[in-house]
Design a protein around this ligand. Structure first.
Ligand SMILES: Cc1cc2nc3c(=O)[nH]c(=O)nc-3n(C[C@H](O)[C@H](O)[C@H](O)COP(=O)(O)OP(=O)(O)OC[C@H]3O[C@@H](n4cnc5c(N)ncnc54)[C@H](O)[C@@H]3O)c2cc1C
Length: 403
């Protein structure tokens, strides 16, 4: 292995929405930040995976609950135009006092290629060092702490030294390598084969397989149809290979069927990473659960809503982002510490941005997360636009769900 070729204050592993948010937050705190990504673009499932619905920042009752970088990235994603629905009631209106549960929710559809490029430019402007084609394959430790993350790239095998590490790999890869407690999804993943196609001059996102977009608003009457009964855990080389092969075959079948009616239809983009929702997560100091709905956490680092239904609001405790077993590692995105039912709520893009901002800020502020001054962390998050507690929001209008 080559010598420790690179040092940074904060090493963000994974460049999906969680990693982008973490790197932004840490760089804005004046830290030297390196982001490593095994693909060659930013965005993870939200770009390479063609999942381009930025689910809601609001509770569906007229109140925005996720702020800060979660909102900044949503606005960035459509800064050159939305791909579909544009929630003007949120984006163009500063007067939110009259929004109710009857309003469209605060979410957008964006173009994946544009977002990947815009996010890259933003991170470079903030001074983040990007390392593409870098696969984190090992860690070295002293005692419980991570010293270096070892990466494989076209340059060979190198170690990157960091004071703190953010695991934004989606699969808790770094937590697993570092020996932190983790848990895997017992249900596995349904096959999804989302792809873009072009026909009759228009570009369409085909959400083949299960879609996370509630049918009530986005595809009236459409029920998800499983493409196969087989489930995929997403954590084994042969399993993910099979998943990609099955996805490709189902896209081919779909396109052949559609071309029988219109021979001009062609696929224009297929996912370059497996479309897995939940694989492995850290088993942190606290597992956030559905029972925590509307609960006030003293160590809240932001709030999220439930993309599937209107009403629920969850405060995200800092203790769900780390395990004391590896004190300089913090997790963000779809691998934070949650119960299995809660995982389905927390894995979506706005939640990944909320936990990313919190993780990146924490990683910039301390080297030992169990000992971190959470009040100081919260003060920085608030200065940067995050609202921490539900009781800081305006009261709900026409609320059907009681607290
Ligand atoms: C079919 C499907 C539909 C979905 N629908 C929606 C939807 O409509 N709206 C919504 O908001 N969410 C949806 N989601 C969920 C959402 O897209 C993801 O959960 C979210 O984007 C995850 O972000 P993340 O940053 O945590 O992880 P990821 O996007 O998975 O990013 C992790 C990044 O880390 C990199 N990485 C992983 N391991 C390593 C390593 N060892 N070394 C270096 N890099 C590594 C990966 O290449 C990747 O770029 C859907 C997911 C799926 C699969």
């Amino acid at each position: 292995m080559k010598d420790c070729a690179e040092r940074c204050d904060v090493l963000v592993c994974g460049g999906g929405f969680a990693g982008i948010s973490a790197a932004l937050a840490a760089a804005r705190m004046g830290r030297q930040v390196t982001l490593l990504e095994k693909q060659y673009l930013l965005g993870g499932l939200g770009t390479a995976g063609l999942v381009t619905f930025y689910l809601p920042l609001c509770d569906g009752m007229g109140r925005q609950v996720s702020f800060g970088i979660a909102e900044e990235l949503l606005r960035l994603s459509i800064s050159m135009g939305a791909e579909a629905e544009y929630p003007a009631n949120w984006l163009d209106s500063t007067d939110g006092a009259n929004r109710t549960e009857k309003d469209p929710r605060f979410r957008v559809r964006y173009n994946p290629s544009l977002f990947a490029i815009l996010a890259e430019q933003l991170l470079l402007k903030e001074g983040v060092k990007l390392r593409y084609g870098c696969y984190a394959v090992a860690v070295t430790k002293t005692g419980h702490r991570i010293d270096t993350v070892v990466v494989e790239s076209i340059s060979g095998r190198q170690a990157i030294h960091a004071d703190t590490v953010v695991d934004a790999t989606g699969d808790a890869c770094i937590a697993h390598l570092a020996g932190a407690p983790t848990a895997v999804n017992s249900q596995g993943n349904a096959l999804a084969s989302w792809y873009y196609s072009l026909g009759q001059g228009s570009c369409t996102l085909n959400t083949l397989g299960f879609s996370d977009v509630p049918s009530e608003d986005w595809a009236p009457g459409k029920k998800p149809v499983p493409l196969t009964e087989r489930r995929f855990d997403g954590l084994d080389r042969d399993d993910v290979t099979d998943m990609m092969v099955c996805a490709h075959a189902s896209i081919l079948r779909d396109i052949q069927k559609r071309r029988a009616g219109d021979a001009s239809i062609v696929p224009t983009a297929i996912a370059s990473i497996p479309q897995v929702r939940m694989t492995r997560r850290i088993a942190g100091e606290y597992d956030l659960s559905e029972e925590d709905v509307h609960r006030r956490f003293a160590d809240s680092v932001g709030m999220v809503s439930d993309w599937r239904k209107r009403g629920p609001v969850y405060e995200v405790p800092f203790s769900s982002l780390y395990s004391a077993d590896v004190p300089n590692l913090v997790c963000a995105g779809r691998c934070t510490s949650v119960t299995e039912p809660m995982w389905d709520i927390m894995r979506v893009i706005p939640c990944c941005a909320v936990t990313g901002q919190a993780a990146g800020t924490a990683a910039a502020m301390g080297r030992d997360f169990p000992e971190l001054d959470v009040r100081a962390l919260q003060a920085v998050l608030e200065r940067n636009g995050v609202v921490l507690h539900e009781d800081q929001l305006p009261p709900r209008k026409n609320a059907h769900t009681s607290r």
